[in-house]
Design a protein around this ligand. Structure first.
Ligand SMILES: Cc1cc2nc3c(=O)[nH]c(=O)nc-3n(C[C@H](O)[C@H](O)[C@H](O)COP(=O)(O)O)c2cc1C
Ligand code: SF4
Length: 477
């Protein structure tokens, strides 16, 4: 979350941000959410089991396990909710994965071959490396039991007995917080063997990464979890059939799991209703950049972007909105005029030509140079490419070098065509989507802000004929 350039913000914003800098607890405690589900009632101190239960926590797990019984065994029909019923409820909710792609969660869960005789795994993706994104960190720090309960429900629904939460390596305090919450849940019989006397077993462990962005890609994450170099695997086979240690595995984002207890407590239909069709529930947006009050804001899906911007205090004092990157650095930038007409949901942002992605909303005011912004983004992707495929390994370097030379006043006349052509040769031609993530921002920046790039590329010097050549030419006339 960018806290630099505070001096250009209003007095109120500066005081809120100073409080955040001093206590580290402002990012989601500002009270400016709309109908929050995951961040409701949090104050930075009430993360423990007793607090979570006071907010209705673990009621959903108790509900599905109500009458005990082994969900994979003969007593399946005697439990409070059968695994099929849980999956049906999640399907009905319209919950879409919050990790970036927005894949329907209930549908993903139904891909798990439940009757597979060997070990199956559940994995939570808390790698959260996408620039601009800082929501999963807050969820795990301040409401860790919502993730644990969501994972336990998912494990029950898919007949899984072992799970891992892979947590970004550079937020070690959050990893420790999650471990503390796991200890509480185990001690209370909410994790482990025979959970709540139901016969359902689920062992959940935390693991931490080491800060590589690519380890957020689900198959690179699995490799890393297995103790190998974090490089994406070729797909297919998909993790549902060949995942962790080659076994069927379901991977979801932290926020996706944290949404599940509310759905089971209140019903899929209620969740769908508080968002919009095909985009159920609320979403946490990490709003950063040139706004008065950067932070995490939980609002219903379909909330107008203008409203979200207002919650974040609007554009910095004295400035106007220029552009927005609506879903983390890999989503294409949109100019202010388009963004102000959008609602914040997967379909509206896709229709406008970008992606909701992880929900990291990077706001850029009229002081921002788009060439410089693209230079930074391109550097990031070049740095984070794992190097397995040639178009990504070589192409991300090309992109950065060409944007860098334009920014340094050494751009050439065909550089914009060259950038588009390099992006063309990366997109869709790589093992994982990091290649697309590097290419898409380039195309979008050139499409919407071409004039800024052209202004930095000097026109060709006029051809001045040498004196002898001019004399020769005139003697032929
Ligand atoms: C380069 C790259 C980085 C990614 N980083 C993350 C991440 O940090 N967190 C995350 O949940 N998903 C990330 N994803 C998406 C995951 O591969 C995967 O789709 C997601 O975890 C699935 O969870 P969901 O269905 O709940 O969204 C990334 C994908 C790519 C290509
Ligand atoms: S696209 Fe890039 S990051 Fe992904 S596997 Fe290929 S080289 Fe690695």
């Amino acid at each position: 979350m960018t806290l630099a350039s505070n001096s250009s913000r209003s007095a109120e914003a500066q005081s809120v941000l100073a409080q955040f800098a001093a206590t580290g607890v402002q990012s989601c405690f500002h009270g400016r959410h709309i109908n929050p589900q995951i961040l409701a009632g949090l104050d930075g101190r009430n993360w423990q089991l007793k607090d979570y239960e006071a907010r209705g926590g673990y009621q959903a797990l108790r509900k599905i396990l109500a009458q005990g019984g082994d969900p994979s065994g003969a007593e399946a029909e005697t439990v409070g909710m059968t695994p099929d019923q849980v999956i049906a409820e999640v399907k009905a909710s319209g919950l879409r994965g919050r990790g970036g792609a927005g894949f329907p969660t209930g549908l993903k869960w139904s891909f798990m071959p439940r009757q597979f005789p060997g070990q199956k795994y559940l994995v939570c993706n808390s790698d959260e490396g996408e620039p601009g994104t800082c929501k999963d960190r807050d969820i795990m720090q301040y409401n860790p039991h919502s993730v644990i309960e969501g994972m336990a429900i998912a494990a029950y629904a898919m007949g899984i007995s072992v799970g891992y939460n892979y947590i970004h390596g550079e937020i070690f305090a959050t990893y420790q917080r999650f471990e503390a919450a796991l200890d509480e849940a185990r001690a209370a019989g909410l994790l482990g063997d025979n959970i709540l006397g139901s016969g359902f077993n689920f062992q959940l462990h935390a693991a931490h990464g080491f800060g590589a962005y690519i380890c957020g890609e689900e198959t690179a994450l699995l490799e890393s979890l297995e103790g190998k170099k974090g490089q994406p695997r070729f797909k297919p086979p998909f993790p549902a059939s060949f995942g962790l240690y080659g076994k069927p595995t379901t991977i979801n984002n932290t926020e996706t799991f944290a949404a599940v207890p509310w759905i089971i407590r209140n019903g899929g239909a209620a969740y769908l209703e508080c968002g919009k069709p095909n985009n159920g529930g609320t979403k946490i947006y990490s709003v950063s950049g040139d706004v008065e009050l950067p932070g995490n804001y939980e609002v219903p899906m379909g909330t107008p972007f203008a409203k979200l911007l207002e919650l974040a205090g609007g554009v910095r004092q004295g400035r106007t909105l220029k552009a927005v990157i609506p879903g983390g650095s890999s989503s294409p930038v949109l100019p202010a005029s388009i963004m102000m007409e959008c609602t914040m949901d997967y379909d509206s942002i896709a229709k406008a030509g970008s992606m909701l992605g992880s929900g990291a909303v990077i706001v850029m005011d009229d002081s921002r140079c788009m060439v410089e912004s693209l230079k930074r983004l391109s550097y990031f992707y070049m740095h984070e490419s794992c190097g397995q495929c040639t178009p990504c390994r070589e192409g991300t370097g090309w992109l950065w070098r060409v944007v860098d030379r334009i920014h340094n006043g050494k751009g050439r006349q065909n550089d914009l065509d060259l950038l588009n052509s390099v992006a063309d040769n990366i997109q869709g031609r790589t093992i994982c989507a990091l290649g697309d993530a590097a290419a898409m921002p380039v195309r979008a920046m050139i499409k919407h802000f071409r004039h800024e790039f052209e202004a930095m590329i000097k026109p060709p010097a006029p051809q001045v004929a040498a004196p002898e050549a001019a004399a020769r030419a005139s003697s032929h006339v």
